[in-house]
Design a protein around this ligand. Structure first.
Ligand SMILES: [Zn+2]
Length: 304
């Protein structure tokens, strides 16, 4: 469980405990009998502990107090369980974990996904589940699209440590490259992997803004457990910034064994031209990177 998720459940339990306390106070205000009933279990425990009452007598007395309390609540117009502990998720009792050995409760998986999606720049529309092969009018295109989907799904299933950590998707605009990049990111988040998606343009803008504000803009790109860097080649070529940024991102992520998905219109020759040997050779390093070429017409133009 991530620290962020742990904090969420700790806050949730606090919040629900306060609701329960407020309800008890409310009943105390409304009924004198209720107030005295609240004190009685303590007295029973004392008497049982000091031997003035047998344990079985104590047990039946406690049951009677509980029954009276429930009836009193009902006569006051509340449900009999009005003062029971409040749980947002009764299954895990707001711990986020179930079973032995423990695993994340369904509510925790959902919350984790929300937390990971926020700030990831990944959308919830372009997913493998929403992949629609009918956008392909050409049989070869459809085959290529389905093959691409299978390939990307295999990559995701091997995350966080695919045999080759990096994936380079090369193809003309409008072949669904960004769709697959987003779908990979979304599926990774479903697996609980902290993912960041960005366009190269936005990435460099973030870095430039960071230079202005002296902020640390590069960390999210270095630290994400999966980075999807889309539209490589659309960013501004800022001297001493663009190439250096991509070098640092690819180099540091590779040395810390964090997977990266690169998506671009540029073929390998153009990658060398634009980013130079030092960066491009890392981008297309066959030992670390699976390279996929998407060929064919622009789907967007054909859909019109
Ligand atoms: Zn739960």
């Amino acid at each position: 469980m991530t620290n962020e998720l742990r904090r969420y459940y700790s806050d949730l339990r606090d919040k629900n405990r306060r609701i329960q306390e407020k309800r008890i106070e409310e009943c105390e205000r409304k009924s004198a009998r209720f107030r005295s009933l609240l004190a009685e279990p303590g007295l029973v425990f004392q008497q049982a502990a000091s031997g003035k009452m047998t344990f079985s007598a104590a047990r039946s007395r406690l049951a009677a107090i509980e029954a009276e309390r429930r009836n009193l609540l009902i006569s006051m117009g509340y449900a009999g369980n009005y003062l029971d502990p409040v749980y947002t998720c009764p299954i895990c009792k707001d711990t986020g974990e179930v079973g032995e050995p423990t695993k994340l409760c369904a509510c925790a998986l959902k919350k984790q996904q929300e937390q990971l999606l926020a700030g990831s720049r990944i959308n919830e529309r372009e997913t493998f589940a929403n992949f629609n092969e009918s956008i392909y009018t050409d049989e070869n295109q459809k085959k290529q699209g389905l093959g691409m989907k299978r390939f990307c799904e295999r990559y995701v299933s091997a995350l966080p440590h695919p045999e080759k950590p990096n994936l380079l998707i090369i193809g003309n605009s409008g072949l669904g490259k960004s769709f697959f990049g987003n779908a990979i990111g979304y599926a990774a988040i479903e697996k609980g992997i902290r993912t960041v998606k960005t366009t190269a343009y936005q990435c460099i803008q973030d870095i430039l803004n960071g230079l202005d504000t002296r902020g640390d803009a590069i960390s999210p790109f270095l630290n994400a457990d999966l980075l999807v860097l889309d539209d490589l080649g659309t960013e501004a070529m800022v001297p001493n910034v663009t190439v250096e940024t991509f070098f640092r991102i690819i180099n540091e992520r590779t040395s810390s064994q964090k997977p990266t998905v690169l998506i671009t219109n540029l073929d390998s020759e153009s990658l060398f031209e634009r980013y130079g040997e030092r960066v491009a050779s890392r981008m297309i390093d066959g030992a670390l990177t699976s390279i996929v070429l998407l060929r064919g017409d622009n789907l967007r133009t054909r859909m019109r």
